[in-house]
Write a protein that binds this ligand. Structure first.
Ligand code: RRO
Length: 311
């Protein structure tokens, strides 16, 4: 049996790795991901300048998932440029940068820089941070996304992906798919957290996080049906040479199996990595293998996208 996946010549030994965000800000945190069975190391979304992020408390989890308003805390893009060769030499697996500049010119500058880092395998451009006060999520504006993707594609010499927000309306999926098909990135990641949710502590009669009046991005079980729907819809609408990476509520090998059935080439784990720690990757891969054995599949290609619809 093989679980390997290839996205524009970048080889992953299996389809399960970490999502951008949780515990991937510092080199120490990235080393933990490196030592785990995560099939790649995806670094925290970065900006031109280092950022402390939003005031705490800014992360909370309950039995169904999480809410966060981290506010893009990161070390600044140059640090991730320094971490990359260290991570690559130590762990010999794909290293992926996530880019979330505050404006087009920042994204262009950062992606130009990352294109010069030989050891870097891929870039994921974040179109969907929900937690910057006063800043809309660019992925909800098809024209702004079009302009941004065009600008960065011109300077990017690495495989490039787009981290998308969740969409809920077929018209919005179609508008965004048109833009994405025009620029043919190597992959899209569906989905970022469900933006601007609210979790309330009933006893305290209070929000559970501090920034933005308690509103924040929702992750975990809360997201899985929306994430599956986004993977499926983009699998239907995008050119077949654009890979889809699933993200949202994955915590078992059966979840991974479902995302691949819906059309995903690989998956990322966020909330559940924070809950369980680095053993989540190995466990999910073992469970996926078990499921595939039961179904007599020997590679992911045999069932990717083959979801049956009740007639
Ligand atoms: O740092 C964050 O607040 C954050 C980001 Br950049 C993102 O893309 N998604 C999210 O849920 N939180």
């Amino acid at each position: 049996m093989t679980l390997s996946v290839e996205i524009n010549k970048v080889k992953f030994p299996h389809p399960v790795f970490n999502a951008a965000g949780p515990k991937d800000v510092t080199l120490d945190e990235l080393m933990v991901i490196g030592r785990s069975q995560s099939s790649a190391i995806l670094m925290k979304s970065c900006t031109l300048e280092p950022r402390d992020g939003n005031p705490e408390p800014r992360y909370y989890e309950d039995e169904f998932g999480s809410i966060n308003s981290m506010g893009l805390p990161n070390k600044g893009y140059q640090e991730y440029g320094k971490y990359t060769p260290i991570l690559k030499a130590t762990f010999k697996k794909p290293v992926i940068a996530s880019v979330s500049g505050m404006k087009i010119e920042d994204n262009v500058k950062i992606i130009k820089f990352f294109s010069t880092i030989q050891e870097l395998d891929m870039i994921e451009l974040n179109l969907s941070c929900p937690n910057l006060p006063g800043k809309p999520q660019i992925g909800y504006d098809a024209d702004a996304s079009d302009k941004l993707i065009r600008s960065v594609k011109d300077v990017c010499s690495k495989p490039l992906g787009l981290k998308l927000p969740p969409y809920f309306d077929f018209v919005h999926f179609e508008q965004m798919a048109k833009v994405i098909n025009k620029h043919t990135p190597d992959f899209v990641t569906c989905i970022n957290s469900l933006g601007n949710g609210l979790i309330i502590d009933a006893m305290k009669e209070e929000t559970v996080i501090k920034p933005k009046g308690g509103f924040g991005g929702i992750g975990g079980d809360y997201c899985k049906p929306t994430a599956l729907a986004n993977v499926r819809k983009f699998y239907e609408l995008l050119n077949k040479d654009i890979a889809i990476i699933g993200c949202g509520g994955i915590k078992s090998g059966i979840d991974v199996f479902e995302f691949i059935l819906a059309g995903a080439s690989a998956v990322q784990i966020g909330t559940h990595y924070l809950k369980e720690g680095p053993s989540v990757f190995e466990r999910c891969v073992k469970e996926l293998e078990h499921m595939m054995k039961k179904k007599k599949y020997s590679s992911l290609d045999e069932f990717r996208g083959t979801l049956k619809v009740i007639e």
